[in-house]
Design a binder for this molecule. Structure first.
Ligand code: SF4
Ligand code: ZN
Length: 127
């Protein structure tokens, strides 16, 4: 697999407590907890989009630009299809519908990382 300089998630081991909150928000299933720390298990699974960053209560996640294996949609497809544990649809915190039913987006509220669906978002905005 070819390498290229590109954005990829960096996990600060000193800060990571291994809580696992960043694992299921990664749609690519790129993060696992191994030996008590979060790890990007394969570079080709991480697209560097950084959706995981806001989920970490410790500030252990950042996106860095470095030489890494290129992101592969094909590898992600194989990985997420190979084990249901690698793709966990996220649910809207208000109505409970999941991302396979409606688009959902990340939001933060009072220190919590949450997901909200497009139906519930207007109610959050307008009260
Ligand atoms: S959310 Fe942060 S502290 Fe928790 S496992 Fe992921 S990187 Fe580690
Ligand atoms: Zn909803």
């Amino acid at each position: 697999m070819a390498k290229a300089k590109r954005p990829i998630v960096r996990i600060d081991e000193e800060k990571c407590t291994g809580c696992g909150l960043c694992v299921s928000p990664c749609a690519e299933g790129a993060i696992e907890i191994r030996d008590g720390k979060a790890r990007v298990i394969k570079e080709e699974l991480c697209d560097g989009a950084g959706f995981c960053i806001g989920t970490c209560p410790e500030g252990a996640l950042t996106v860095e630009e470095r030489e890494a294996e290129e992101f592969s949609e094909e590898a992600v497809h194989k990985h997420t299809q190979s084990n249901p544990r690698n793709y966990i649809p996220q649910k809207c915190f208000r109505c409970g519908r999941n991302e396979d039913e409606l688009p959902i987006m990340p939001c933060r509220s009072a220190g919590e990382s949450l997901w909200v669906c497009t139906r519930c978002l207007p109610a959050l905005i307008h009260g």
